[in-house]
Design a protein around this ligand. Structure first.
Ligand SMILES: C[S@@+](CC[C@H](N)C(=O)[O-])C[C@H]1O[C@@H](n2cnc3c(N)ncnc32)[C@H](O)[C@@H]1O
Length: 278
């Protein structure tokens, strides 16, 4: 079944190349994804196609009207369209967009994304949506780039869109950790060489190295991710080796490292009993 995105915007042409090129375009041709670019001006209800008005109470900028959004969403409920499972308002005031949210949305069949412009939407639009999403603590001029981020992150989780599911399961955030560093040819560049272990072809050693590098990166750059990363006792051992103290391990809720195996002392060969002389 394909995942259908309805993108409601005042500038559909901004999103057209984005949804028709590269892997998204290919997935649409294969029928894995479907994109509907909906021009909110079609629902303006006036011959000037004007969708906004001045804010009550005064102030700078214009506000997009709630009745325009209502009419555009009602059209999505008309056959042959199936009603959206979620109507998402893009706003800097929304729930932060994360990989977990992307995973949740990738389970749906039809997502409608509402892109604002100007000062945003009349606040009553909140009653017409199932959730509000922000893609970060910054303000852009419009919601189209935010919608593009969400489409990219959600679509790649659908079977067949990027081919190999394993490739996203190991990615940053999906695995719970930041991704490990990757290398390709040339093996030597400007005095920097690809780590020997990766050139050795020993799969178990490569897996161990990658996991330990993912832990190292996450500890250095995003330690806040470690408490929910599902760490194993072997991860705890790697983190201790990276310089974390046992107190820091317990602060992030990491399990105890596996007990170190004591090397058994080789027992000395039994000394022969002195032969009795008598
Ligand atoms: C200039 S912004 C409006 C900002 C709004 N007055 C505020 O301060 O929250 C216009 C539109 O861009 C989109 N937008 C801007 N930044 C965004 C973000 N961080 N996440 C999601 N959408 C964003 C929203 O659709 C918003 O309606």
């Amino acid at each position: 079944m394909s995942l259908h995105f309805s993108l409601l915007t005042l500038f559909p042409e901004l999103l057209r190349p984005f949804t028709s090129e590269a892997l998204l375009g290919k997935a649409a041709v294969k029928g894995l994804l479907a994109f509907d670019l909906i021009d909110l001006r079609e629902y303006a209800g006036n011959r000037w196609r004007k969708v906004d008005d001045a804010p009550y109470g005064g102030g700078a900028g214009m506000v997009i009207r709630v009745d325009v959004v209502e009419a555009a969403l009602q059209a999505l409920h008309q056959p042959p369209s199936t009603p959206p499972d979620e109507v998402i308002l893009l706003t800097p005031a929304g729930q932060p967009f994360t990989q977990k949210v992307a995973e949740e949305l990738s389970e749906k069949n039809h997502l409608a994304l509402l892109c604002g412009r100007y000062e945003g939407f009349d606040a009553r639009v909140e009653t017409l949506v199932t959730r509000e999403i922000s893609i970060g603590d910054f303000v852009m001029m419009g919601g189209e780039a935010a919608a593009a981020c969400i489409v990219e992150a959600v679509a790649r989780l659908r079977p067949g869109v990027i081919g190999d599911e394993e490739s996203w399961r190991a990615d940053s955030y999906s695995s719970g950790l930041l991704d490990y560093p990757e290398y390709t040819r040339p093996a030597q560049w400007q005095g920097l060489s690809v780590p020997d272990v990766l050139q050795g072809g020993h799969h178990a050693a490569i897996e161990r190295w990658r996991r330990s590098k993912a832990l190292e990166r996450t500890w250095a750059r995003r330690p806040d991710l470690l408490p929910t990363a599902g760490l194993t006792p072997h991860d705890s051992a790697s983190l201790l080796a990276l310089g974390l103290s046992p107190e820091q391990l317990s602060e992030i809720g990491a399990p105890l490292p596996p007990p170190q195996r004591r090397r058994r002392k080789k027992s000395a060969p039994p000394t022969p009993e002195p032969e009795s002389q008598g």
